[in-house]
Write a protein that binds this ligand. Sequence first.
Ligand SMILES: [Zn+2]
Length: 337
Amino acid sequence: MGIDFYTDFDPTYGQVVGLSPLVRRLVAKNPNPFTYTGTGVYVIGRGDVAVVDPGPSMDDHLDSVEAMLDPGERITHILVTHTHTDHTAGVAKLQERTGAPTHGFGPHGPVPDTHPLDMVSFDEYFTEDEKAEFNKAWADTPDELKREGPDTDFVPDIAVRDGDVIAGAGWTVEVVHTPGHTSNHVCFGLREEASLFTGDHVMGWATSVISPPDGDLFDYMNSLRKLLERADERYIPTHGPIITRPHEHVRAFLAHRQSREDQIVEALKSAPDDGQIAIKDLVPTMYADVDKRLWRAAANSVYAHLLGLQRQGRVEQQEDGWVLVDPTAASSSQRDV
Ligand SMILES: [Zn+2]
């Protein structure tokens, strides 16, 4: 089962693109393997407008965000889908410039000092040339963009909850809580145009990174199903193009995650000797056709799957890896726990 990715996208850096009567877009010049062509910043409305996810904090980028407005317009709302720095690093500065209050679910969840995957390395899979190339690209990357990840500074002025409605001048946005990518992720549904701003929950160009402990695959799957109950006509993600067949796309993501889980279970079933397989050995096979620079992120997703399987009592973590507890147990409902 494949996913029909939406990859046809020209970021037109520095230019404002009108997407619909109420929506304008600008793409920040922060492309990398996680942001695709960069962070898409959206303006909703005419006159008194909202900005969805201001993006990075580079001054020239924020100048461009302000320049998205026509003379006489002003930013009255800053809407935040979730607390990752490629979405929120520029919030404080944009707020200083505009005085607009921020609307978001809440601060980022706890970030542990050490991560269970800190010791996982895929160095052995990179040639010396590839390592040199990546190191050079890294050296050329602005400091801010190297810190892409949890933004633990952001606290919304106005904490929003699922079902809340934020009304502006001629626009109405409904909050849809979609935990998974982060626990505080929300989507914003623009009622007048039946469009859903999906942040990083559903993107066209790639699946979402689920990074435990704040990222949670079980929640993510439920948040995907939640979108199937809505009648949005298009999704507008932060990275990449608009998704024009939303439910089809969400169903493909659900099927994709199920097949990843099946792959893990199959790999564990055929584990050698002691039955243990480590995440660093699962990833290169499962993600053989994916850019190796994304394997660290993929390791997070595999870990997220294993935690989900563990919750169902189907796998267990041991000293050198993970083992299948009961290969015949098809689901948690068969277990009396
Ligand atoms: Zn994110």
